[in-house]
Design a protein around this ligand. Structure first.
Ligand SMILES: [Cu+2]
Length: 181
């Protein structure tokens, strides 16, 4: 009877190690499609990170920003994966594959790339998490990473969630080109 605890513990240990292997192997076919970027300001200084993960309910977007002016900032997915400093107009307008107007409070809205405002604290750090319903990263009829890619952009001001086409959010203070993986 002394050997029983060892026999019970062994299968549990094997199961735990198998789970850890699957979760950490990004190349596994079962892994969720992901896109990432590092955000930078017009002068090239770092402004944080963004991650987009595909799930059954859409694209889970997580933005962790730094170095921002304290207060509210618009955060969008823009339609072109090009961040040319200093003004980042190269990223184009908001990602809008369904040809809607801007803003969740606009009856003709909203863009797929519209997301909630992000609050930056007195330390310049901010975090924003949002699910873009129905979005997919590289598959489906309107992939995020189409031929010209996509970018995450942070603006100087808050989005009013209704003014077409850009929510009166002011200049583009940080930009990052999304890359698969
Ligand atoms: Cu924008």
């Amino acid at each position: 009877m002394k050997i029983m605890p060892i026999l019970l513990a062994l299968p549990l240990g094997l199961a735990a190690s198998a789970c850890a292997t699957a979760a950490s192997d990004a190349a596994a076919p079962a892994a969720a499609p992901t896109a990432r970027t590092s955000l930078a300001a017009g002068d090239g200084s770092p402004r944080g990170e963004a991650t987009v993960t595909e799930a059954a309910d859409g694209l889970h977007v997580l933005v962790k920003a730094q170095g921002l002016t304290p207060g509210m900032h618009a955060v969008h997915i823009h339609t072109t994966g090009m961040c040319t400093a200093p003004d980042f107009t190269s990223a184009g307008g908001h990602w809008n594959p369904t040809a809607r107007e801007h803003g969740k409070d606009n009856p003709a809205g909203k863009h797929m790339g519209d997301m909630p405002n992000m609050m930056a604290g007195s330390d310049g750090m901010g975090e924003m998490e949002y699910v873009v319903p129905g979005g997919m990263i590289q598959s489906g009829s309107m992939p995020l990473l189409d031929a010209d890619g996509a970018a995450i952009v942070i603006h100087a001001q808050a989005d009013d969630n209704k003014s077409d086409p850009a929510g009166n959010a002011g200049s583009r203070v940080a930009c990052g080109v999304l890359k698969a993986g």
